[in-house]
Write a protein that binds this ligand. Structure first.
Ligand code: ZN
Length: 257
């Protein structure tokens, strides 16, 4: 497609939106429902363990967190409770994810690091926060922005020397690598940690489990899947931030009768 056409089709959905609670404004070029249907197609291909006894627990905790998060969902991003789908994924790597449109996957390999309900709530709080903050759509929008920049750069340098041209293309490539190829940005991860902590507390789980979970999780060896990379954000920063948000989270906890 010609760059101009690409740009125009992207701008059809352009919108500046705000993240709940933090109020950060974000630039979104795609229709959330389009990202949701792409996600649903990916989700349907995954190898699931429908008979796993732990599925009911994950679903119960997940739906409590979704209900707790809904209070801040002014834009109506979260699907209704009946539309959420939960699955235990047959995968030994310790990972979990939430997709736009409300598909939550919890790898079988994650349970050994999340023995309690509070631990599972830490993980699901984080994942549901990625959904309510539309991080998936934002990431796709960033990728589209880079593709558009590459197309425009390519067009703009057609008549210049090959050296200028390769410098341009390298710059675009570096931008793509740091901005997009890394799964979620540090900012997105911190945002999901922060909101996830508030939502888990509001749902009745102990937020103090969060810094402990991440501290424990940072010590495991071997390769970790992108969503739970040690450097993303740096574990010590993550734990310190979570500890700093604990008073705010505790204030959200339901009052004991
Ligand atoms: Zn995350």
């Amino acid at each position: 497609m010609r760059p101009l056409l690409l740009l125009l089709s992207a701008l059809a959905f352009v919108g500046c939106q705000n993240v709940p609670i933090t109020g950060r404004s974000q630039f979104i070029l795609v229709d959330e429902s389009e990202v949701a249907s792409l996600s649903a197609a990916e989700f349907s291909k995954m190898k699931k363990l429908p008979g796993d006894k732990r599925l009911a627990k994950v679903k119960e905790i997940g739906l409590k967190i979704v209900a707790a998060a809904r209070r801040d969902d002014k834009a109506g991003v979260l699907p209704p409770s009946s539309k959420w789908e939960f699955a235990i994924i047959d995968d030994k790597s310790p990972n979990a994810f939430a997709m736009p449109g409300g598909k939550i996957g919890f790898n079988s390999g994650m349970f050994q690091y999340a023995p309690t309900d509070d631990d599972i709530a830490v993980i699901l709080g984080h994942e549901v926060s990625h959904v309510i903050c539309r991080h998936g759509s934002e990431r796709v929008s960033q990728a589209m922005g880079v593709a558009i920049a590459a197309a425009v750069a390519d067009e703009a340098t057609k008549n210049s020397s090959s050296k200028t041209r390769s410098t341009w293309m390298a710059a675009v490539g570096i931008g793509a690598q740091y901005g997009i190829l890394l799964p979620f940005s540090r900012g997105h991860e911190s945002e999901a940690d922060h909101l996830g902590l508030l939502f888990m507390a509001r749902a009745g789980y102990d937020p103090a489990a969060a810094p402990l979970f991440w501290e424990r999780f940072s010590k495991i060896g071997g390769t970790r899947p992108p969503e739970f990379l040690s450097t993303h954000p740096a574990d010590s920063t993550r734990v310190k931030q979570l500890q700093g948000w604990l008073p705010e989270a505790r204030a959200q906890m339901p009052k004991k009768p």
